[in-house]
Write a new protein. Structure first.
Length: 254
C-alpha cells in the first residue's frame, strides 16, 4: 500500500474578496489545501488552531495588519511559520520592515499568481532544508564538531537552527540566521550586499541592498561586545561585510 502524499496547507489572509478567491483558486489547482480569512485576528486564530504550513499575509489587513500579525508570530509567539507578505505598495522600505520582522518573502500587487505559488514553494523548501543546502544532517553535525561554524564565543548549530554566544542562544529571525550561516561558512571573506542578498534567496526576487544593513545591525546588537568597533561582523569599505575568524579563548567553547 503506497504512503499517502502530504498535502501542504496554506492560509490566505487577504482583505480583498476577489484577490482572496483568485489566490485560493490557483493554490487549489496546484493541490494545496487552503483556508482563507479577511482580517488579521482571524489569521492568528487559524494559525494557532489549524497549524498551516505557510501563510500569505496582506499587509493592509483590517483589525491587525499583516506586519502586526508577523510581529506577533515572531516576537511574541516565537512561531517561525513561513510567511509571505503581499502589499499594494511598491515601497522597498515596506519590504525591509517586513523582512526585519521575520517575513520570508515579499510580493507587490498586482500579483503574478504562478510566481506567488513558486515563492511559497521556495519558502516551504527552505524551511524544510533549514539552511543546510546540500549537506546532510550528519555532515552538518560533523562540520560543527570540526569547528567550521565557530568564531570566538559564537557557535552556530545548523541542525537546531541556533546561534550561541557562549552558552546563551541568540534570538535571530530566519533570514538573520541564514545570513550568519553563510558568513560563518565563509569566514574571512568579504561579500557585497548584493552577493549576500543572492545568498539568502533561491528564486528571482528584488530587494533593496539596505535590507542587509538592517539584518547586520540587528545581529550586531546581540553579538558584538562593542558595536562601535565590531569584533565579529566587519564592514569592508567599498565592498560590504565579512565575518572575522576570531580565535577561541575559552575552554568552554572548544
Amino acid at each position: 500500500m503506497s504512503e499517502a502524499k502530504v498535502v501542504p496547507r496554506i492560509l490566505i489572509a487577504e482583505k480583498d474578496r476577489s484577490v482572496r478567491g483568485e489566490i485560493q483558486q490557483i493554490f487549489r489547482s496546484y493541490g494545496y489545501e487552503t483556508w482563507v480569512v479577511a482580517n488579521g485576528k482571524d489569521a492568528l486564530k487559524i494559525i494557532n488552531s489549524l497549524k498551516p504550513d505557510a501563510v500569505i499575509l496582506d499587509m493592509d489587513l483590517p483589525e491587525l495588519s499583516g506586519l502586526d500579525v508577523c510581529r506577533e508570530l515572531r516576537q511574541t509567539l516565537n512561531n517561525w511559520l513561513p510567511v509571505v507578505l503581499i502589499s499594494v505598495q511598491s515601497d522597498e522600505i515596506e519590504a525591509v520592515l517586513g523582512m526585519e520582522l521575520g517575513a520570508d518573502d515579499y510580493m507587490v500587487k498586482p500579483l503574478r499568481f504562478k510566481e506567488l505559488v513558486a515563492r511559497v514553494k521556495a519558502v516551504l523548501r527552505r524551511g524544510q532544508l533549514c539552511c543546510l543546502e546540500n549537506e546532510t544532517k550528519e555532515e552538518a553535525v560533523s562540520a560543527l564538531k570540526q569547528g567550521k561554524y565557530r568564531s570566538g564565543e559564537l557557535v552556530l548549530d545548523p541542525v537546531h537552527l541556533t546561534l550561541y554566544k557562549g552558552k546563551k542562544p541568540v534570538e535571530l529571525t530566519r533570514k538573520e540566521f541564514e545570513l550568519m550561516f553563510f558568513l560563518m561558512k565563509n569566514k574571512g571573506k568579504a561579500f557585497t550586499r548584493q552577493h549576500l542578498i543572492t545568498a539568502l534567496t533561491v528564486n528571482d526576487q528584488t530587494y533593496d541592498e539596505r535590507i542587509i544593513d538592517v539584518f547586520v545591525s540587528r545581529i550586531r546588537r546581540q553579538i558584538e561586545p562593542n558595536r562601535r568597533n565590531p569584533l565579529y561582523i566587519k564592514t569592508v569599505r567599498n565592498v560590504g561585510y565579512m565575518l572575522k575568524d576570531v580565535p577561541i579563548k575559552h575552554k568552554s567553547y572548544q
